[in-house]
Design a protein around this ligand. Structure first.
Ligand SMILES: Cc1cc2nc3c(=O)[nH]c(=O)nc-3n(C[C@H](O)[C@H](O)[C@H](O)COP(=O)(O)OP(=O)(O)OC[C@H]3O[C@@H](n4cnc5c(N)ncnc54)[C@H](O)[C@@H]3O)c2cc1C
Ligand code: SF4
Length: 338
């Protein structure tokens, strides 16, 4: 049995106190929300914080405020189950409800939070292993070593962004509020990630993600499709998030963002641009799906072969677009199990 290393757990009651504690303990401290990813990682010695700043007791981080016409703000501490079940999220931002509802298993969605999902660690077959396994094979640069076992000779880590909600929030044009002891700032989700398997967040260590704001739904429809081996439990090895607005049957705006094909969610910009002004005919959908597969560049470091994951990008983008083509359609939970 893998055991947790020793650490001190702090339980602040306000966001301000949490930010102060994080600043005070510097590099020794990490934030923990639901703990569904961090605790297993600590058991595998991927993280060894001396201090954990727990967010579960902070009431101001929980709940959903606002309305779809004016925009919704979701506290980072809101559980994935609550996000998935929220009536306005389900009706007006269905891709987000779908993505939150497809994370892992019911138990983990009851504990896991939206903020933790947005900040969740990147993954790799050579990294998400026990300490003994990693030691036997040889440590890699993401933890304890200095080379990449997937791409030896590479100066960087290629671990995979594996959050279900991150590509969806990016496609919806969401922003996040980051709070530190010294102040706060708001950044678009598209600016929160870096294409680096180790330093994958463009956020300072002492910043706490306080909430996520969705812009007014304003006629936008959305869909999220996920590829994974098992019908429950598994991380995505491909996620496809599509948001678009139809005006008189033609596309008035679109965003397509791919998950789990790089160390960051990756926008398929030329594919989205090719939708502008078009009707969602089978020919347009096929052309756009082909374009969307271009930026999908998975490596051989997760489940399924990388050529298959690239091929499935085209398939899932086409399915997502078809699900949004009908009148009143709002892409809900569609899941792909191979
Ligand atoms: C078996 C298993 C299956 C899983 N399947 C999936 C899956 O299918 N899809 C998926 O997306 N995830 C999956 N996960 C990962 C995880 O359960 C989810 O991503 C979950 O949403 C993480 O939320 P949490 O609140 O538990 O985060 P925690 O584990 O508490 O934290 C995760 C990371 O985020 C940081 N963090 C948390 N909250 C904040 C905040 N407010 N501000 C700044 N940093 C913060 C922590 O420091 C830590 O680095 C799985 C995990 C397991 C163990
Ligand atoms: S991509 Fe390379 S450096 Fe990164 S976790 Fe995998 S083996 Fe390690």
């Amino acid at each position: 049995m893998m055991r947790l290393p020793e650490f001190t757990y702090l339980a602040p009651r306000t966001l301000g106190d949490a930010a102060k504690a994080l600043a005070e303990h510097g590099a020794d401290a990490m934030v923990v929300a639901g703990g569904t990813d961090l605790y297993p990682n600590m058991k595998r010695r991927q993280f060894e914080p001396k201090v954990l700043v727990g967010l579960r007791g902070i009431r101001e981080l929980r709940g959903v405020r606002g309305s779809a016409p004016e925009g919704l703000t979701i506290g980072a501490g809101t559980t994935l189950s609550a996000v998935a079940a929220h009536p306005e999220v389900g009706a007006r931002y269905p891709a987000l409800a779908a993505a939150a509802g497809l994370v892992s298993s019911p138990q983990l969605r009851n504990m896991g939070t939206l903020g933790g999902n947005v900040c969740v660690d990147t993954r790799c077959n050579y990294y998400n292993q026990s300490f003994e396994w990693r030691k036997a094979v040889g440590f890699c640069m993401k933890k304890d070593g200095d080379i990449c076992l997937v791409a030896p000779g590479s100066p960087r880590c290629w671990a995979v962004s594996s959050s279900d909600t991150a590509p969806v929030l990016w496609s919806l044009g969401a922003t996040v509020r980051l709070v530190a002891a010294t102040g706060e700032r708001t950044v678009p989700v598209s600016g929160l990630y870096r294409d680096d398997g180790i330093a994958y967040l463009a956020k300072q260590r002492d910043e706490i993600l306080a909430d996520v704001t969705l812009p007014p739904a304003d006629g936008w429809k959305s869909a999220y499709l996920k590829l994974r081996r098992r019908g429950s439990f598994d991380f995505p090895v491909l996620g496809v998030a599509v948001a678009l607005r139809l005006r008189g049957g033609r596309v008035g705006g679109a965003r397509i963002v791919l998950g789990a094909v790089a160390s960051t969610p990756r926008p398929a910009e030329s594919a989205a641009a090719a939708l502008a002004g078009e009707r969602l005919t089978p020919e347009v959908i096929a052309r756009v799906a082909d374009l969307a597969a271009g930026p999908s560049k998975p490596l051989d470091n997760t489940d399924f072969t990388h050529p298959y994951r690239k091929k499935m990008t085209r398939v899932l983008v086409a399915r997502a677009l078809r699900s949004l083509a009908g009148p009143g359609a709002g892409g809900g939970a569609v899941e792909e199990v191979a």
